[in-house]
Design a protein around this ligand. Structure first.
Ligand SMILES: [Ca+2]
Ligand SMILES: [Ca+2]
Length: 93
């Protein structure tokens, strides 16, 4: 019975440690948070419709979207989205 308690405690401590490690590693960047906000149906990609719905400049949305969509598959992956900031750093929010 005592052994069981030790194992359980070790497991809980282990999981807590693992959880905090994962949280630390994941700490989402502002770009990633922005991506998640834009991806309203949470399918992991931003469609042109999703982009247009949230952009402040709908007039140039399609043009901008096309520039960001580097593989031209009609949707923006997180990779494509975060690449924007790498080319042209934006001011901190
Ligand atoms: Ca989406
Ligand atoms: Ca794409």
């Amino acid at each position: 019975m005592k052994n069981h308690l030790i194992i359980t405690t070790a497991l809980v401590v282990g999981l807590t440690f693992l959880d905090s490690t994962l949280c630390h590693a994941q700490s989402p960047s502002p770009k990633q948070k922005q991506f998640e906000r834009l991806d309203t149906d949470k399918n992991g990609e931003i469609s042109l419709e999703e982009y247009k719905a949230k952009t402040k400049t709908p007039d140039t949305a399609e043009e901008k979207f096309a520039k960001i969509d580097t593989d031209k598959n009609g949707s923006l992956s997180l990779e494509e989205w975060t690449a924007i900031g790498k080319k042209r750093p934006q001011a901190a929010e």
